[in-house]
Design a protein around this ligand. Sequence first.
Ligand SMILES: Nc1nc2c([nH]c(=O)n2[C@H]2C[C@H](O)[C@@H](COP(=O)(O)OP(=O)(O)OP(=O)(O)O)O2)c(=O)[nH]1
Length: 143
Amino acid sequence: MSTADNADDSPVRAAGCVLWRRSPADGGLELCLVHRPRYDDWSHPKGKLKRDEDPLAAALREVLEETGHRAAPGSRLPTVDYEANGRPKQVSYWAAEAVSGAFTPNDEVDRLLWLPPPAARDRLTQPRDRTLVDALLHVLHLT
Ligand SMILES: Nc1nc2c([nH]c(=O)n2[C@H]2C[C@H](O)[C@@H](COP(=O)(O)OP(=O)(O)OP(=O)(O)O)O2)c(=O)[nH]1
């Protein structure tokens, strides 16, 4: 197999966060989901790594770009694998607490919601992304 073949078969790498906060109203846990008009879907903030970029740095950069929030990273969460446009894709995730910032609608993300865990689970478009809600509760010792 040539080097070019290897490169073609290698997964597209992306990274993101299950971004959480304590509700300003009642202190309950809330998760941040983003709506992408391109797919009309709801997902966790994430995106592809730039060349030579560290996955955690990429995850925090994507959170800032898509949600306007700076985040403090916590535990590593399970990696999500799927096929996108005929190529394997591997998305690394971290739990991260939103610490500052504000959302402004942008080309990639036109809506953002802060939802309690059960509502976030229901709202997520991809079943694989729902498992990350439970993984977050586990690392926050809430299950
Ligand atoms: N978020 C997410 N999207 C998925 C999963 N499985 C799956 O087929 N998709 C679909 C949604 C889109 O139709 C397609 C490509 O979306 P994507 O979010 O992976 O790719 P992208 O390049 O547009 O975005 P990004 O990685 O830069 O954030 O893959 C999944 O488990 N999670």
